[in-house]
Design a protein around this ligand. Structure first.
Ligand code: UD1
Length: 417
């Protein structure tokens, strides 16, 4: 549903403000069901994933208002522990409600989480960790029920530093008895943001941002006010758009230290990048250079969420680049679409070989997932002629005002609903 229509060829120039982080907002919003009283979350992006989280909060009985980037959640009358499958299957992040709802009601009933089709995306780490904390589970093929009387802190060693599992354990651990220690925890900046939020609400969590997180359980958490950090993936996406179109821009509030690999790799392509306290400046002057092998990895490695966007840039480099996707299988769906626009990319399940071409050409392409959709927009902006990007809904899941921001930078794009 929905279609972006892009007139390619304009270089992006100017200044935009980076929005609040989607991947911080989602777990923070979910955890508010556990907080007594009223929470105020500022800097929340107006994107469809956030709207769906708010819908779930309302189903659980919370009163929620969302205006001008501020979400006010009153969880006082929350009385429901069930997330219907028709909602949970619309987004992967519904899974982070499990810890919060269990912590609040000692029970959760939820349909399986959905989200972008970028791989199997099982939830076995979540279930295994919760089981170790004393949660019992029943499943009937459509729904999972988790329940228990008392949840106990314990040592949890994640097989892979899963972002969602780390967040879920932090949230339930915050109100469990005793100390929960997460080994091989995810280290993403969004984990630190969640830790800071929960601590402001009364939790006792340390170690966020390192691979070991300690959570000393407390009896209760209380509503608080919090400003969500800026979205490093949105910032990286705009950096790629500037690089691909040969422009220059200042991205206000982008924080280079949280996106070191993206900054380094775009520097390798020949872009000039300057870091300031209040943002990042990027300029591309010369022909783009290819880069050494990029492997996507958990933070602080190169983010899988930036893989499709940097691929669009590399389709225009003078030479051959290689990208290896190690985090998700099936995260190459944008490649066939980029090839429709004249890109020269060969790939197998995990490895893509990108031979740069002088120019892409406009075409008819399809979004298959959020970041893949962003990569097609970048390609369309740099291409000659007009590009029609179908299924804009995927992009609207995660980019606030993307059309307005691109237009502000001089790009020519509109959204046909
Ligand atoms: C989060 C991000 C997403 C990002 C991803 C990896 C949010 C809302 N989403 O997703 O944008 O692409 O981190 O940086 O923050 N896995 C299992 N079993 C599990 C859980 C995960 O096998 O129980 C696997 C996944 O299939 C995947 C890998 O672990 O291959 C990483 O997944 P995970 O870090 O959990 O990603 P999400 O939290 O879903």
């Amino acid at each position: 549903m929905g279609r972006f229509i892009i007139e390619g060829g304009n270089t992006l120039k100017g200044e935009i403000e980076i929005s609040g982080s989607k991947n911080s907002a989602l777990p923070i919003l979910a955890s508010t069901v556990l907080l007594k009283g009223v929470s105020v979350i500022n800097n929340c992006p107006q994107i469809s994933d956030v709207f769906k989280m708010i819908e779930i909060l309302r189903i659980l009985g919370c009163e929620v208002e969302f205006s001008k980037g501020t979400v006010v959640i009153d969880s006082t009358n929350a009385d429901c522990c069930e997330i219907p499958s028709c909602i949970s299957e619309k987004m992967r992040s519904s899974v982070v409600f499990m810890g919060a709802v269990l912590g609040r009601f000692n029970e959760v009933i939820t349909g399986y989480p959905g989200g972008c089709e970028i791989g199997e995306r099982p939830i076995d780490f979540h279930i295994k960790a919760f089981s170790k904390m004393g949660v019992d589970f029943e499943e009937n093929g459509c729904y999972i029920r988790g329940f228990g009387n008392c949840f106990l802190g314990t040592d949890i060693n994640l097989d892979f530093p899963s972002v969602g599992a780390t967040e879920n354990i932090m949230i339930l651990g915050a109100v469990s008895k005793g100390i929960t220690t997460i080994y091989n925890a995810a280290k993403e900046p969004e984990i630190v943001d969640l830790q800071n939020f929960l601590n402001k609400a009364g939790a006792k969590i340390t170690g966020g941002g390192t691979d070991t997180i300690y959570i000393e359980g407390v009896k209760e958490l209380f509503g608080t006010e919090y400003n969500i950090q800026r979205d490093r993936i949105e910032a990286g996406t705009f950096m790629c758009a500037v690089a691909a179109t040969g422009g220059k821009a200042f991205l206000k509030y982008a924080k280079a230290e949280d996106m070191r690999q993206t900054v380094l790799r775009l520097s390798e392509t020949g872009c000039i990048i300057k870091e300031y306290n209040d943002g990042i400046y990027i300029k591309r002057e010369n022909i783009l250079k290819p880069v050494n092998i990029i492997r996507t990895e958990p933070y602080p490695g190169f983010p899988t969420d930036m893989q499709p966007q940097i691929m669009s840039v590399l389709t225009l480099a003078k030479g051959t680049s290689i990208i290896i996707e190690t985090v998700f299988e099936s995260r190459f769906k944008h490649i066939l679409e980029l090839c429709k626009m004249g890109a020269d990319i060969s790939f197998n399940e995990r490895t893509a070989v990108i031979k740069g071409v002088p120019k892409l050409k406009g075409g008819f392409v399809n979004c298959r997932d959020l970041r893949g959709g962003a990569s097609l927009i970048i390609a369309g902006l740099s291409a000659s002629g007009r590009t029609f990007v179908d299924n804009s809904v995927y992009v609207e899941r995660g980019y606030e005002n993307i059309v307005e921001k691109i237009c502000l930078l001089g790009g020519c794009i509109k959204l046909q609903k």
